[in-house]
Design a protein around this ligand. Structure first.
Ligand SMILES: Cc1cc2nc3c(=O)[nH]c(=O)nc-3n(C[C@H](O)[C@H](O)[C@H](O)COP(=O)(O)O)c2cc1C
Length: 185
């Protein structure tokens, strides 16, 4: 697939087929991720790969529980009250990105996480997989014990929750516009 087609064709997927992602495909996603640039080439990202349905459901339930304690608009509170997996959308693969918690590096760590994520999303799209960044998942930082059970050390912070799977929807490319503030020649 041409890079341009990949960049413009990728969309966030929120409906997945009930089909596991093969190990080789997961390895490819991780490999694509770590080729991302990172501040001072520290490559701070650490990954937890979760393919167990019950575990993903447990994390989804816990995320909803935490979110319900926060002042979200009515429509979101309704979604978080749903029995359905309105967080990870029943995706068969959840990859957590955790980074060692260093307050002064928080911005750089967040940027590094975003760059890894986009590399993985593009690789996924090229390989016929759907993906979505789940920012809501970061509330799980409020439950360090649960994160520790997942393998995230206590001195690490969860900065990215990424879902992947074979898509059960194919949203069309959305036109975007470059909003240029200035162009100085
Ligand atoms: C930092 C970040 C957090 C996001 N969090 C969520 C989320 O919690 N749940 C969700 O369904 N989509 C989430 N998204 C997906 C965005 O809604 C999506 O990227 C945006 O609407 C643009 O659509 P597209 O990805 O299909 O181009 C997130 C995206 C980013 C970059």
């Amino acid at each position: 697939m041409e890079l341009e087609e990949c960049i413009k064709g990728r969309r966030s997927i929120r409906r997945y087929r009930d089909q596991p992602v093969p190990r080789a495909a997961v390895d490819k996603l991780l490999e694509a991720g770590v080729y991302a640039p990172s501040g001072m080439n520290i490559q701070p990202w650490r990954f937890v790969v979760i393919q167990n349905k019950e575990t993903i459901q447990l994390l989804s339930r816990k995320t909803k529980e935490l979110l319900l304690g926060m002042p979200w608009p009515e429509n979101l509170l309704k979604a978080f009250s749903s029995e359905e997996d309105t967080i990870f959308y029943g995706a068969p693969l959840l990859i957590l990105i955790a980074v060692k918690r260093i307050e002064e590096w928080k911005t750089v760590n967040l940027l590094d996480t975003g760059l890894v994520a986009e590399n993985m999303f593009l690789q996924a799209y090229q390989d016929g997989l759907g993906s979505c960044f789940i920012g809501f998942g970061s509330v799980l930082n409020q439950d360090p014990q649960l994160l520790a059970q997942m393998g995230v050390p206590e001195d690490h912070e969860l900065l990215g929750c990424l879902i992947f799977g074979y898509p059960a929807q194919s949203p069309s490319t959305r036109p975007r516009e470059a909003r240029v503030l200035g162009w100085i020649e």
